[in-house]
Design a protein around this ligand. Structure first.
Ligand code: PEP
Length: 249
Protein backbone atom coordinates (compact mmCIF):
# COMPACT_ATOMS: atom_id res chain seq x y z
CA UNK A 1 0.00 0.00 0.00
CA UNK A 2 1.50 3.33 -1.07
CA UNK A 3 0.80 6.54 0.86
CA UNK A 4 1.89 9.52 -1.23
CA UNK A 5 1.04 11.91 1.60
CA UNK A 6 0.90 15.57 0.43
CA UNK A 7 3.41 15.22 -2.40
CA UNK A 8 3.56 15.72 -6.14
CA UNK A 9 1.41 17.38 -8.77
CA UNK A 10 -0.81 15.96 -11.50
CA UNK A 11 2.14 15.14 -13.74
CA UNK A 12 3.98 13.15 -11.05
CA UNK A 13 0.75 11.39 -10.15
CA UNK A 14 0.21 10.40 -13.76
CA UNK A 15 3.71 9.10 -14.25
CA UNK A 16 3.70 7.12 -10.99
CA UNK A 17 0.38 5.53 -11.93
CA UNK A 18 1.61 4.72 -15.43
CA UNK A 19 4.72 3.05 -14.05
CA UNK A 20 2.67 0.91 -11.65
CA UNK A 21 0.26 -0.08 -14.44
CA UNK A 22 3.15 -0.92 -16.78
CA UNK A 23 4.77 -3.23 -14.21
CA UNK A 24 1.57 -4.69 -12.78
CA UNK A 25 2.12 -8.04 -14.46
CA UNK A 26 5.32 -8.55 -12.45
CA UNK A 27 3.37 -8.51 -9.16
CA UNK A 28 0.04 -9.72 -10.38
CA UNK A 29 -0.80 -11.83 -7.31
CA UNK A 30 -0.13 -9.00 -4.87
CA UNK A 31 -2.96 -6.70 -3.84
CA UNK A 32 -1.76 -3.13 -4.36
CA UNK A 33 -3.46 0.00 -3.03
CA UNK A 34 -2.39 3.48 -4.11
CA UNK A 35 -3.32 6.40 -1.83
CA UNK A 36 -2.80 9.74 -3.60
CA UNK A 37 -3.84 13.12 -2.19
CA UNK A 38 -7.60 13.62 -2.44
CA UNK A 39 -7.47 15.94 -5.44
CA UNK A 40 -5.81 13.22 -7.53
CA UNK A 41 -7.96 10.33 -6.32
CA UNK A 42 -10.46 10.54 -9.18
CA UNK A 43 -7.66 10.60 -11.70
CA UNK A 44 -6.05 7.56 -10.04
CA UNK A 45 -9.31 5.60 -9.91
CA UNK A 46 -9.80 6.16 -13.65
CA UNK A 47 -6.20 5.28 -14.53
CA UNK A 48 -6.35 2.03 -12.53
CA UNK A 49 -9.84 1.01 -13.60
CA UNK A 50 -8.63 -1.67 -16.01
CA UNK A 51 -5.74 -2.86 -13.88
CA UNK A 52 -6.81 -5.89 -11.83
CA UNK A 53 -5.35 -6.10 -8.34
CA UNK A 54 -4.54 -2.38 -8.05
CA UNK A 55 -7.08 -0.11 -6.38
CA UNK A 56 -7.19 3.28 -4.72
CA UNK A 57 -7.35 4.34 -1.11
CA UNK A 58 -7.92 7.67 0.63
CA UNK A 59 -5.39 9.00 3.12
CA UNK A 60 -8.14 9.95 5.56
CA UNK A 61 -11.89 10.35 5.83
CA UNK A 62 -14.01 12.66 7.93
CA UNK A 63 -15.30 11.51 11.30
CA UNK A 64 -18.64 12.99 10.25
CA UNK A 65 -21.24 12.03 7.72
CA UNK A 66 -22.19 14.61 5.10
CA UNK A 67 -23.05 18.10 6.24
CA UNK A 68 -21.64 21.42 7.39
CA UNK A 69 -17.99 20.43 7.76
CA UNK A 70 -16.09 22.77 5.47
CA UNK A 71 -12.98 21.21 3.99
CA UNK A 72 -13.84 17.67 5.03
CA UNK A 73 -14.43 14.70 2.74
CA UNK A 74 -16.82 11.99 3.88
CA UNK A 75 -16.18 8.28 3.54
CA UNK A 76 -19.34 8.04 1.45
CA UNK A 77 -17.90 10.58 -1.03
CA UNK A 78 -14.62 8.69 -1.26
CA UNK A 79 -16.56 5.49 -1.93
CA UNK A 80 -18.71 7.27 -4.48
CA UNK A 81 -15.70 8.06 -6.67
CA UNK A 82 -14.40 4.49 -6.49
CA UNK A 83 -12.14 4.49 -3.49
CA UNK A 84 -11.96 1.07 -1.78
CA UNK A 85 -9.67 1.66 1.20
CA UNK A 86 -8.93 4.50 3.61
CA UNK A 87 -5.96 5.05 5.89
CA UNK A 88 -7.33 5.82 9.33
CA UNK A 89 -5.36 7.29 12.24
CA UNK A 90 -2.01 7.75 10.54
CA UNK A 91 0.48 8.99 13.13
CA UNK A 92 0.83 12.30 11.28
CA UNK A 93 -2.89 12.91 11.73
CA UNK A 94 -2.80 11.79 15.33
CA UNK A 95 0.13 14.10 16.06
CA UNK A 96 -0.32 17.06 13.70
CA UNK A 97 -4.11 17.17 13.60
CA UNK A 98 -4.76 16.09 17.18
CA UNK A 99 -6.77 13.00 16.28
CA UNK A 100 -7.52 11.12 19.47
CA UNK A 101 -8.30 7.41 19.75
CA UNK A 102 -12.09 8.08 19.87
CA UNK A 103 -11.91 10.30 16.76
CA UNK A 104 -9.89 7.65 14.94
CA UNK A 105 -12.46 5.04 15.97
CA UNK A 106 -15.25 7.25 14.66
CA UNK A 107 -13.48 7.53 11.29
CA UNK A 108 -13.02 3.77 11.24
CA UNK A 109 -16.74 3.32 11.78
CA UNK A 110 -17.56 5.85 9.04
CA UNK A 111 -15.36 3.98 6.59
CA UNK A 112 -17.02 0.66 7.34
CA UNK A 113 -20.47 2.20 7.05
CA UNK A 114 -19.54 3.58 3.63
CA UNK A 115 -18.29 0.19 2.40
CA UNK A 116 -14.65 1.26 2.54
CA UNK A 117 -12.04 -1.01 4.11
CA UNK A 118 -10.34 0.93 6.91
CA UNK A 119 -6.58 0.58 7.33
CA UNK A 120 -6.07 1.38 11.00
CA UNK A 121 -2.60 2.76 11.76
CA UNK A 122 -1.22 2.01 15.20
CA UNK A 123 2.22 2.51 16.66
CA UNK A 124 4.26 3.88 19.51
CA UNK A 125 6.55 6.91 19.69
CA UNK A 126 10.26 6.55 20.46
CA UNK A 127 9.59 7.71 24.01
CA UNK A 128 6.88 5.11 24.53
CA UNK A 129 9.10 2.44 23.05
CA UNK A 130 12.00 3.38 25.31
CA UNK A 131 9.64 3.19 28.28
CA UNK A 132 8.69 -0.37 27.29
CA UNK A 133 5.12 0.68 26.47
CA UNK A 134 4.83 -0.49 22.85
CA UNK A 135 2.36 -3.29 23.50
CA UNK A 136 0.23 -1.17 25.82
CA UNK A 137 -0.01 1.73 23.33
CA UNK A 138 -0.78 -0.42 20.31
CA UNK A 139 -3.42 -2.47 22.12
CA UNK A 140 -5.01 0.71 23.50
CA UNK A 141 -5.36 2.01 19.93
CA UNK A 142 -6.98 -1.28 18.88
CA UNK A 143 -9.27 -1.31 21.91
CA UNK A 144 -10.59 2.16 21.05
CA UNK A 145 -11.87 0.78 17.76
CA UNK A 146 -13.48 -2.19 19.50
CA UNK A 147 -15.19 0.18 21.93
CA UNK A 148 -16.76 2.09 19.02
CA UNK A 149 -17.39 -0.72 16.54
CA UNK A 150 -17.89 -3.92 18.54
CA UNK A 151 -16.41 -7.39 18.22
CA UNK A 152 -16.87 -7.59 14.46
CA UNK A 153 -14.74 -4.46 13.89
CA UNK A 154 -11.80 -6.22 12.25
CA UNK A 155 -13.72 -8.67 10.11
CA UNK A 156 -13.29 -6.31 7.21
CA UNK A 157 -10.31 -4.15 8.01
CA UNK A 158 -6.54 -3.94 7.77
CA UNK A 159 -4.17 -2.93 10.56
CA UNK A 160 -0.88 -1.16 9.84
CA UNK A 161 1.72 -1.29 12.57
CA UNK A 162 3.75 1.87 12.09
CA UNK A 163 6.21 2.67 14.86
CA UNK A 164 6.33 6.48 14.83
CA UNK A 165 10.11 6.46 15.24
CA UNK A 166 10.45 4.48 12.01
CA UNK A 167 8.28 6.67 9.76
CA UNK A 168 10.38 8.66 7.33
CA UNK A 169 13.53 8.19 9.39
CA UNK A 170 15.32 5.54 7.35
CA UNK A 171 15.38 3.39 10.48
CA UNK A 172 12.94 0.51 10.06
CA UNK A 173 12.02 -1.85 12.88
CA UNK A 174 13.91 -5.11 12.60
CA UNK A 175 11.88 -8.06 11.32
CA UNK A 176 11.94 -9.59 14.83
CA UNK A 177 10.79 -6.37 16.49
CA UNK A 178 7.97 -5.88 14.01
CA UNK A 179 6.91 -9.54 14.07
CA UNK A 180 6.57 -9.46 17.88
CA UNK A 181 4.16 -6.50 17.72
CA UNK A 182 2.21 -7.98 14.80
CA UNK A 183 1.85 -11.18 16.81
CA UNK A 184 0.47 -9.19 19.75
CA UNK A 185 -2.00 -7.40 17.47
CA UNK A 186 -3.27 -10.66 15.98
CA UNK A 187 -3.51 -12.13 19.47
CA UNK A 188 -5.56 -9.20 20.72
CA UNK A 189 -7.98 -9.55 17.81
CA UNK A 190 -8.11 -13.34 18.28
CA UNK A 191 -9.25 -12.93 21.87
CA UNK A 192 -12.42 -11.25 20.63
CA UNK A 193 -12.87 -12.79 17.25
CA UNK A 194 -10.62 -15.72 16.23
CA UNK A 195 -11.96 -15.83 12.69
CA UNK A 196 -11.26 -12.14 12.11
CA UNK A 197 -7.74 -12.59 13.49
CA UNK A 198 -6.99 -15.47 11.12
CA UNK A 199 -8.03 -13.44 8.10
CA UNK A 200 -6.65 -10.09 9.26
CA UNK A 201 -3.97 -8.45 7.13
CA UNK A 202 -1.43 -6.66 9.28
CA UNK A 203 0.90 -4.37 7.34
CA UNK A 204 4.20 -3.05 8.58
CA UNK A 205 5.05 0.61 7.85
CA UNK A 206 8.13 2.65 8.64
CA UNK A 207 11.09 3.09 6.28
CA UNK A 208 10.28 0.07 4.13
CA UNK A 209 12.51 0.00 1.04
CA UNK A 210 13.00 -2.50 -1.75
CA UNK A 211 16.12 -3.67 0.11
CA UNK A 212 14.46 -4.57 3.44
CA UNK A 213 10.96 -5.45 2.24
CA UNK A 214 11.48 -9.13 1.60
CA UNK A 215 12.98 -9.82 5.01
CA UNK A 216 10.11 -8.01 6.74
CA UNK A 217 7.41 -9.65 4.60
CA UNK A 218 8.92 -13.09 5.33
CA UNK A 219 7.72 -12.83 8.96
CA UNK A 220 4.69 -14.96 9.80
CA UNK A 221 2.44 -12.11 10.93
CA UNK A 222 3.61 -9.43 8.48
CA UNK A 223 1.21 -9.55 5.55
CA UNK A 224 2.50 -6.59 3.56
CA UNK A 225 3.64 -3.01 3.88
CA UNK A 226 2.38 0.56 4.17
CA UNK A 227 4.91 2.52 2.19
CA UNK A 228 5.43 6.28 2.45
CA UNK A 229 8.57 7.80 0.93
CA UNK A 230 9.41 4.84 -1.28
CA UNK A 231 5.94 4.90 -2.86
CA UNK A 232 6.88 8.20 -4.54
CA UNK A 233 9.69 6.60 -6.50
CA UNK A 234 8.24 4.30 -9.12
CA UNK A 235 11.17 1.87 -9.22
CA UNK A 236 11.28 1.57 -5.43
CA UNK A 237 7.54 1.02 -5.04
CA UNK A 238 7.48 -1.54 -7.84
CA UNK A 239 10.46 -3.32 -6.24
CA UNK A 240 8.57 -3.52 -2.94
CA UNK A 241 5.45 -4.88 -4.66
CA UNK A 242 7.62 -7.51 -6.36
CA UNK A 243 9.22 -8.36 -3.00
CA UNK A 244 5.75 -9.26 -1.72
CA UNK A 245 5.12 -11.78 -4.49
CA UNK A 246 6.44 -14.82 -2.61
CA UNK A 247 3.92 -14.14 0.17
CA UNK A 248 0.99 -14.76 -2.14
CA UNK A 249 2.63 -17.71 -3.96
C1 PEP B 1 4.09 6.32 6.26
O1 PEP B 1 4.00 7.49 5.98
O2 PEP B 1 3.10 5.68 6.61
C2 PEP B 1 5.39 5.66 6.15
C3 PEP B 1 5.50 4.44 6.54
O3 PEP B 1 6.41 6.45 5.66
P1 PEP B 1 7.87 5.91 5.25
O4 PEP B 1 7.71 4.66 4.43
O5 PEP B 1 8.46 7.03 4.48
O6 PEP B 1 8.60 5.64 6.53
Amino acid sequence: MGNWKMNGRRQEAQSLLSAVVTHAASFSDVDVVVCPPYVYLGLAVERLADCPGIVCGAQDVSAHADGAYTGEVSAAMARDIGCEFAIIGHSERRTLCGETDPVVAEKFARALAADITPVLCVGETAKERDAGRTREVVLRQIDAVYAACGTRAFERAVVAYEPVWAIGTGRAASPDEAQAVHHDIRGAVAQRNPEAAAGLRILYGGSVKAQNARELFACADIDGGLIGGASLVAGDFIGICQAACFKSA
